[in-house]
Ligand binder design. Sequence first.
Ligand code: ZN
Length: 121
Amino acid sequence: MRSRYSAYCMKEGNYIVQTYAQEKRHEHTTEDILLFANQVEFVNLEIIDTNHDDNFQYVEFKASYLEGQQLGMLHERSRFIKEEGRWVYLDGELYPSNDKKVSRNDPCPCLSGKKFKKCHG
Ligand SMILES: [Zn+2]
C-alpha cells in the first residue's frame, strides 16, 4: 500500500498497474493512472487501520492531495490479495469525503508546519 502510494507520488504508472490483482489489471492502463497522478499532488498519507482475514489484507487510509488550491481526500479501505507470493491490490471501498479550498495563509496540508503559500501553495 505504501509502495503504491509512493508510486502515485513519483508518477510511476507501470508499477501501479503491476501491483493490481491479475483479474483487475486489464481495467487499468498506465495512461489513465498517469492522467490522474499528473493532475494532483499527494501531500499526506494517513494509515487508519490494517487487518486481515484468511484470504485478504485490508488497509484503511486517507490520502490527501492537492489539485490546484483544492484539497481533496481519498479515504478508502483497500483489499489486497496474495498472488504468486506477493500482495497486490484487488479493490477498495471508498468513503465519502469533501474537497475544501486551502487559503494561502492556512497551514499546509502536508503537515510541514509551514503556511500553504510558503510550501505547496
Ligand atoms: Zn506543504
